[in-house]
Design a protein around this ligand. Structure first.
Ligand code: ATP
Length: 273
């Protein structure tokens, strides 16, 4: 991937199979993003207007970014990822310029996906938290209005879709949720038991596991773990095995046990409910 400050351009290699659980979310993304890009002519034939934007929300570490990458890969679309926090921290005018430049690049590279991570940083409710008046737009307000202009301008361009992710959906400005902007809002939940087992499978598929490793049991014992933490657990189990014996050939159940004792989940019961 090519990375300039605030913007990453890449052709993603992540596939749907790299993501455990989330069957419904995957299906909705396939229909909303993959189909219109891959079967554009069928949409034209039937006179269907593809959606322009999808907002993903849910707790951190539960695969929002990974879902976007898998979507881009499946649709064979170029992926332009913008960090909301980075845009927000730029000098006056710099963030807006980067936004405009990114949409321009995305049009040229179509089919493409423009992804806003930490979207709440650029799309916070106007006249909101910091109490600025509308006559003196804040950094966030300027970025938001540039983003709205760019999204509205996509009408004529085909094959450019906007995806955004946030942990704070309530902070998103309502203007972005109007029809023709983020038409689809998807909740990406923390993993349930089945999803945790699948995530553990994904992250151990290249590891040499001893027969005593029971992923089902580990999934049961990791109730409040996020996908990111389950990935960390698998990595840590491997490290524990090596620390015990640098010439180890397999990772055993006890290594997972030691690893999980050193990790604490970040989610709370409330976030799961
Ligand atoms: P944030 O809000 O912190 O940006 P996120 O929801 O975008 O988090 P990701 O960055 O997609 O989460 O996930 C972090 C890492 O956790 C991924 O690189 C992946 O290894 C792992 N992971 C998370 N969820 C899953 C999952 N469902 N299946 C497989 N791996 C997962």
């Amino acid at each position: 991937p090519s990375i300039t400050r605030g913007l990453t351009e890449e052709v993603s290699k992540v596939t749907w199979d790299d993501i455990g659980g989330l069957k419904e979310v995957k299906k909705k993304l396939q229909q909303a993003v993959e189909w219109p890009i891959k079967h554009a002519s069928a949409f034209v034939r039937l006179g269907l207007t593809p959606i322009r934007g999808v907002l993903l929300h849910g707790p951190p570490g539960c695969s929002k970014t990974t879902l976007v990458k898998a979507t881009a890969h499946a649709a064979q679309a170029s992926l332009f990822s913008l960090s909301g926090a980075e845009l927000y921290s730029m000098y006056v005018g710099e963030g807006e310029a980067l936004l405009r430049r990114t949409f321009q690049k995305a049009r040229l590279a179509a089919p493409s996906i423009v992804f806003f991570d930490e979207a709440d940083a650029v799309a916070t409710k106007r006249g909101g938290e910091d109490g600025h008046s509308s006559s003196n737009p804040t950094v966030g307000e300027r970025l938001l209005s540039t983003m709205l202009t760019e999204m509205d301008g996509l009408e004529l361009a085909t094959g450019v879709l906007v995806l955004a992710a946030t942990n704070r959906p309530h902070a998103i400005d309502a203007a972005l949720l109007r029809p023709g902007r983020f038409d689809l809002v998807l909740y990406v939940p923390p993993p349930d038991l089945e999803a945790r087992r699948e995530i553990l499978q994904v992250h151990t598929r290249n590891m040499k596991l001893d027969r005593d490793v029971d992923l089902e049991q580990i999934a049961k014992e990791t109730e409040l773990f996020t996908g990111a933490e389950l990935a960390g657990l698998c990595r840590e189990a491997g490290i524990v095995a090596l620390r015990e014996d640098i010439s180890a050939t397999v990772v055993c159940g006890r290594h997972f046990g030691v690893a999980s004792n050193s990790l604490r989940p970040s989610l709370t019961e409330l976030q799961i409910a």
